[in-house]
Design a protein around this ligand. Structure first.
Ligand code: COI
Length: 355
């Protein structure tokens, strides 16, 4: 159990208009910080006013990207309460990212306590308009100064929060996706299964190219054969083909998404067959041509469930669900967000209230 010192901000900032929230632009009044030093372990947990921090330019994170993060949300329920969604899953994933990136782990209970402490301090920032939430960004950075390539001996764990609306400007409207056949996001043995900044840095060029051509995001292929589907943009991806939901297996280069896991649990509970396996882009486009590709969608904390309305690969373009939202995609979105926003019962025990 952490002994968290709380210092409240003297001046509270005005809240942004909930009708025009832009993802990740406005931050709340407080942040959580905790330091690590070899020999001392994690120490000095505190909630303090949100403010810039000074770092030397030799700080290791700026050079070798020893850094990991999580993405989660707090939701306002109709009775005005605030709740988290599966926070222990984020704690577990962060621990697994820590192991791969040589960062000292944070005990799961401490991680959840830290998140709860900052959300409690900024409870008033959790918006209540339909489709909005408080996005929570826990992260750890290496803070040793120096240019040698080694594991740092000091780290900072921070949690910052921002009120958000939809991640894509399209909202729940279908997005257009382009199959990326040049850049790859990750390979097995690398860091693809972790949530480290480097994975996202490697994805930016393809994302920019796709946006330049009028697409929202790219469909990533595996780095070895360049033919098996891995993820879409910064989300996991699922397809409904001939009545079965098919999604890339967690092969080491795919992020084990918590929204992915929740969607698969929901789909299985509805008696719909699920296959977690390799799926090639050829199989996908063949299914589209044969008329068996019924639906496609991305899943992620930020984007929730995002329908895919158009897929483009080389010179081929296929419309999915007639360019609209498929019935299963809509049901997943409604059920998941219903549980998250507390407008539907939570038979799975996925939500954790902030008292
Ligand atoms: C999330 O869905 O929470 C993510 O971390 C994706 C992101 C990089 C915005």
């Amino acid at each position: 159990m952490l002994d968290i010192k709380i210092t409240h901000a003297d001046h509270l900032k005005p809240h942004p208009d909930p009708d025009t929230l832009v993802f990740g632009k406005t931050f709340t009044d407080h942040m959580f910080l905790m330091d690590y030093h070899t020999g001392q372990g994690w120490h000095d947990p505190r909630v303090v006013p949100y403010a810039p921090l000074p770092f030397e330019l030799s700080c290791m994170v700026f050079h070798y990207a020893q850094e990991i993060f999580e993405g989660m949300k707090a939701y306002r329920t109709p009775d005005g309460k605030v709740q988290l969604f599966r926070p222990y899953e984020n704690a577990k994933r962060m621990a697994s990212s820590c192991l791969r990136m040589c960062i000292p782990e944070i005990p799961e209970d401490d991680f959840v306590q830290a998140v709860k402490a900052v959300v409690e301090a900024d409870r008033a920032w959790v918006p209540n308009k339909v489709g909005t939430s408080l996005y929570i960004r826990p992260f750890i950075i290496a803070t040793d100064n120096g240019l040698g390539v080694h594991a740092s001996h000091s780290y900072l764990f921070a949690v910052i929060c921002c009120p958000v609306g939809a991640y894509y400007p399209e909202g729940i409207d279908p997005v257009k996706i382009y199959v990326e056949d040049e850049d790859v996001r990750a390979v097995k043995g690398g860091t693809g299964f972790t949530k480290c900044g480097g994975n996202y840095a490697a994805s930016i060029r393809a994302g920019e190219r796709a946006e330049g051509q009028g697409f929202s995001q790219v469909l990533w292929l595996d780095g070895v054969h360049r033919k098996y589907i891995e993820e879409v943009g910064s989300m996991n991806v699922m397809f409904k083909i001939g009545g079965t939901v098919v999604t890339p297996e967690l092969s080491g280069s795919v992020l084990p998404g918590i929204t992915r896991k929740s969607c698969l649990e929901l789909i299985r509970s509805w008696g719909i067959p699920v296959e977690e396996r390799r799926i090639s882009v050829q199989e996908l486009f063949d299914a589209a041509q044969a008329g068996t590709l019924e639906e496609a969608w991305g899943t992620g904390t930020a984007a929730v469930v995002s329908p895919i309305g158009l897929l483009a690969w080389e010179d081929r373009k296929v419309e999915v669900s007639g360019g609209g939202i498929g019935a299963l995609t809509q049901k997943l979105y409604d059920t998941l967000t219903g549980i998250q926003w507390g407008t539907q019962p939570d038979p799975y025990g996925w939500t954790l209230p902030i008292e």
